[in-house]
Design a protein around this ligand. Sequence first.
Ligand code: COA
Length: 109
Amino acid sequence: MRLSVAEKELHHLDYPFKTLPAMKVAKLAVDEAARQKYRGVGTYMLHQAAQIAWACNDAYFAARFLPVDADVEHDEGVLAFYEKNGFAPNAELTNRKRKTISMRLDLYR
Ligand SMILES: CC(C)(COP(=O)(O)OP(=O)(O)OC[C@H]1O[C@@H](n2cnc3c(N)ncnc32)[C@H](O)[C@@H]1OP(=O)(O)O)[C@@H](O)C(=O)NCCC(=O)NCCS
């Protein structure tokens, strides 16, 4: 994934590279009935995604960030959900029509 110069500074990344290794959360959803019955399932799945990325890193793959395209077209509240889980909006890659907002979680913050 790409980060701006300011974002790289924020993460203390002194790399000359334009792109940084990442493992993307492509789709995330909790069944409506389960959402009403239990709290924290979405948060749990994000923790699981981070665990998978850390496990891959242990096996010599590389992921510094978990990016996600937050689907604000259907529910603006997902931004708050991701922020509560440590994600920050990215300066780049926000969909022009604001259907999604690109966000990232630093796996080693
Ligand atoms: C977004 C989603 C995955 C969150 O899963 P979840 O199991 O409901 O979330 P959690 O119970 O782990 O919520 C963690 C916190 O985020 C908040 N939160 C969760 N979904 C939220 C929403 N849509 N709007 C505002 N806040 C939300 C919760 O209130 C909770 O806050 P708290 O800790 O202060 O109580 C789930 O609501 C969902 O499947 N939504 C429909 C599909 C979708 O929009 N997916 C994301 C696409 S990028």
